[in-house]
Design a protein around this ligand. Structure first.
Ligand code: APR
Length: 296
């Protein structure tokens, strides 16, 4: 994590909020890189802030809280994941003023792609065209059996997650029962279980990430990084791969270690989005717009 991200020299000319808004106004092919910080205003905890998921689950029997999303660990002890997965269950139909801003970038033909690390599907809730965002760490949209690979609509396991129960694959349940009756300590304990298609550590990113990222990086004319600590590769590496003359803007509550941006708007992303939209004369389609903009 200590590798220097984004070690190129800062473009000095973007030295004010006005200049930052100007850059956004002029850009036509914006990559927006997002993380958990763009969903916290809906009460979805991020991961590493002091009230984030990794501090909420600190008493679980894990050496590293990130093991909650590790494939080898899930295979060995899926109960731990299913005891806490309710914390990251996506809210149905909701989105934030920031996602309304993202939608405006799309409507105005400025959004090349949103690379999101989030699995909460808020981009879809905001009506952003699926071709315009990539859920790099997967999502709850589908779930797959760890044994027969059968894929189902992810919503069908939500009740198991809410009740902290194990979702057994209907096709594999008899065989699972047989194996555990014969040996209660059978491994992998995930045999015949459904898992949401979110990218666990140890799993590769979705194909759509690999088929789009290099072309998008070569075509973009602006990178906006929002609501992420840039701690997890390969997404954190994107800031290093953008051509050196392409401006990079950060919108985040905290500074991001080891990363140099041409302009950093430090604060809440919803308020930043509302301020930028106001300066550009864009009307955000979001009920909270008025509430936030008064406090913006
Ligand atoms: N507005 C702006 N920034 C915010 C807000 C907000 N309302 N709330 C939180 N943040 C910032 C925090 O300051 C922090 O820098 O968002 C960042 C969230 O960082 P993390 O909690 O590390 O989340 P993220 O970067 O998305 O994690 C990446 O780690 O465990 C894996 O797969 C998981 O996708 C996740 C990945």
């Amino acid at each position: 994590a200590n590798k220097v991200l984004n070690s190129r020299p800062r473009l000095k000319e973007i030295d004010s909020f006005e200049k930052t808004v100007e850059i956004i106004d002029k850009a036509k092919k914006i990559i927006v890189l997002t993380g958990a910080g763009v969903s916290t205003s809906l009460g979805i905890p991020d991961f590493r802030s002091d009230k984030g998921i990794y501090s909420i689950i600190k008493d679980l029997p894990l050496d590293d809280p990130q093991d909650l999303f590790s494939l080898p660990y899930f295979r060995q002890d899926p109960e731990v994941f299913y005891s806490s997965a309710y914390l990251v269950l996506p809210p149905v139909g909701l989105y934030t003023p920031f996602h309304a801003f993202l939608k405006q970038l799309e409507v105005r033909g400025k959004l090349l792609r949103n690379y999101t690390q989030n699995i909460d599907n808020l981009e879809a809730n905001a009506g952003i065209d699926p071709s315009k965002f990539i859920q790099c760490h997967g999502s709850f949209a589908t779930a797959s059996c760890q044994t027969c690979k059968r894929r189902i609509d992810g919503k069908r396991i939500f009740k198991y997650i809410q009740n902290k129960e194990l979702p057994v694959c209907p096709k594999c349940s008899a065989e699972r029962k047989r194996r555990f009756e014969k040996n209660p300590d059978y491994q992998p304990r995930s045999f015949g279980l459904m898992k949401p298609d979110i990218t666990f550590f140890g799993e590769d990113l979705p194909e759509r990430y690999h088929t789009n990222i290099f072309k998008d990086i070569s075509e973009c004319d602006l990178l906006i990084t929002v609501g992420t600590s840039l701690k997890v590769s390969p997404i954190s590496d994107i800031v290093n791969k953008i051509p050196r003359d392409i401006p990079q803007i950060l919108i985040n509550k905290d500074l991001v270690d080891h990363a140099v941006f041409d302009s950093s708007i430090l604060g809440y992303c919803d308020q930043a989005a509302v301020c930028i939209a106001k300066r550009l004369g864009w009307n955000l389609d979001h009920s909270d717009f008025k509430k936030i903009s008064n406090s913006g």
